[in-house]
Design a protein around this ligand. Structure first.
Ligand code: NDP
Length: 452
């Protein structure tokens, strides 16, 4: 590892810009993971791949002004971090959430490079978004914000340049408004965004892809590691958004019992299994709090977030065979990891991006809990996004079954590649190192071949 990179990690440790904390957390994990690869092949140091990889190609930052329903002018900040396009056009979601800042998007964009590489598909890494909060806004306000956001963003994206998708706070509604504005400004009808509604170019199964993909990955990982399958087992899931809902749906389809979900205010524990119809109605139609769930199911438990001690989360204190953090970054701490381990949890798979803290991951690995890191386990979303790009380019429509089958095969291939890479580099069973080495190697080899 060359001195520059070590300095970057040290700067973080001394408290470099707080905003960058999560970015350095992600970067540090990768740097330590890929040490065996860097040591075994000097060409990566010779070409300064690591130093080049941790700096985004460009960060675009812009002002977004829009008018709310009370005729007040509102101002937000928009971003697009185009990180690396060695393997294909920049690709990665847009996040609309008040917590969004440059550091969070750098962390997500950096992770996206390696995740996209693991899919084996021709896509580079990027991420974007805004500190705009769609929660509590009317459809017209969301539409006006999206139009204004795209007025600036359209200059930097294109089907062969950069293809954004959804993430937290950006679902089919937001993608629809963003696409409509892009079409209006450019007078082109092209696959510049993925996650579009099916009626105008979206792929079947894109909404399900990340959640379903996480379960497909976990089934394969348990098989490789010689553990019992998920069927009939108690599973805990956090989140109640796109990823969590579809992880729960797939768990139910394969006969597992998903007993929990969470939102930013609290946790639902329903020991008979979560009522998915009700959950979808609450979150997708009414955009309501999970507190409402117990009105229909008084036998279930609602635990408000403030009722739990700091640093611990009710959802990870529920005994389970497999856990699926699917809400947000750093939502599973070392205290949570200890609770899961003590309660006999065998497998943890990250549906969200970097939901487990570094200490929690170390605990899982040292206690031989099967641990599927986000960049491998949640790659199903971006894989189906790439399928959407392929369908758009060919003006084709694939059936639900066709996409589902391709997704399943992709997730199984990723899992096998990660497991084999870990074995090849002497860290068998460590899917974190396996994913980082396999993802890094492919991008690095492309960067070397493309010159500086
Ligand atoms: P959604 O916006 O659909 O849902 C996010 C869920 O997480 C909501 O239930 C939200 O609660 C909850 N949440 C958000 N912030 C917090 C917090 N600080 N504490 C507790 N709960 C919180 O997002 P997605 O489901 O799309 O994304 C979830 C995760 O998966 C993110 O990490 C995202 O980056 C990652 N991901 C998503 C992909 C996709 O295809 N959508 C692809 C790959 C990764 P509330 O309802 O109260 O807001």
């Amino acid at each position: 590892m060359n001195q520059n990179t070590t300095d970057k990690v040290k700067r973080f440790e001394k408290g470099d810009c707080a905003e960058n904390k999560v970015f350095y957390q992600a970067m540090e994990e990768v740097i330590y993971s890929i040490a065996p690869l860097l040591e075994s092949d000097p060409k990566y140091a010779r070409y300064a791949i690591l130093d080049r990889l941790v700096v985004p190609d460009r960060i675009i930052k812009f002002k977004v002004t829009w008018m709310d329903d009370s005729q007040n002018i509102q101002v937000n900040t928009g971003y697009r971090v185009q990180f690396n396009n060695a393997l294909g056009p920049y690709k990665g979601g847009l996040r609309f959430h008040p917590s969004v800042n440059e550091g969070i998007l750098k962390f997500l964009g950096f992770e996206q490079i390696l995740k996209n590489s693991l899919t084996g598909l021709p896509i580079g890494g990027a991420k974007g978004g805004s500190d705009f909060d769609p929660k509590g806004k009317s459809d017209f306000e969301v539409m006006k914000f999206c139009s204004s956001f795209m007025t600036e963003l359209h200059k930097y994206i294109g089907p062969r340049m950069d293809v954004p998708a959804g993430d937290i706070g950006v679902g089919a509604r937001e993608i629809g408004y963003l696409f409509g504005e892009y079409k209006k400004i450019t007078s082109t009808y092209e696959g510049v965004l993925t996650g579009k509604p099916f009626v105008f170019g979206g792929s079947l199964m894109r909404p399900e892809a990340t959640g379903y993909g996480t379960i497909y990955f976990t089934e394969k990982m348990l098989e490789i590691e010689g553990k019992e399958p998920l069927e009939g087992k108690i599973c805990t899931v956090s989140g109640a958004g796109n990823v969590a809902l579809h992880a729960i749906e797939k768990l139910q389809q394969i006969g597992a019992i998903a007993v929990s979900c969470t939102d930013s205010k609290g946790t639902i524990y329903d020991s008979r299994g979560v009522d998915l119809c009700l959950l979808k109605e609450l979150k997708l139609e009414r955009r309501a709090s999970l507190e409402e769930y117990v009105k229909s199911h008084p036998e279930a438990q609602y635990i408000p977030i403030e009722e739990y001690p700091e640093g611990a989360h009710a959802v990870w204190d529920i005994p389970c065979y497999a856990a699926f953090p699917c809400a947000t970054q750093n939502e599973l701490t070392d205290i949570d990891a200890q609770n899961l381990i003590v309660n006999g949890c065998v497998s943890v798979s990250e549906g969200a991006n970097m939901p487990s803290t570094p200490k929690a991951i170390n605990d899982f690995l040292s206690h031989k809990v099967c641990f599927a890191p986000a960049k491998a386990a949640n790659a199903g979303g971006v894989a189906v996004s790439e399928f959407e790009m392929s369908q758009n380019a060919a003006m084709a429509k694939w059936s639900f079954e066709e996409v589902d089958e391709k997704l399943k095969i992709t997730m199984q291939q990723i899992c096998t590649r990660v497991a084999l890479t870990a074995k090849d580099y002497g860290v068998e069973g460590n899917y974190v190192d396996g994913a980082n080495i396999a993802g890094f190697k492919k991008v690095a080899d492309a960067m070397i071949a493309e010159g500086i």
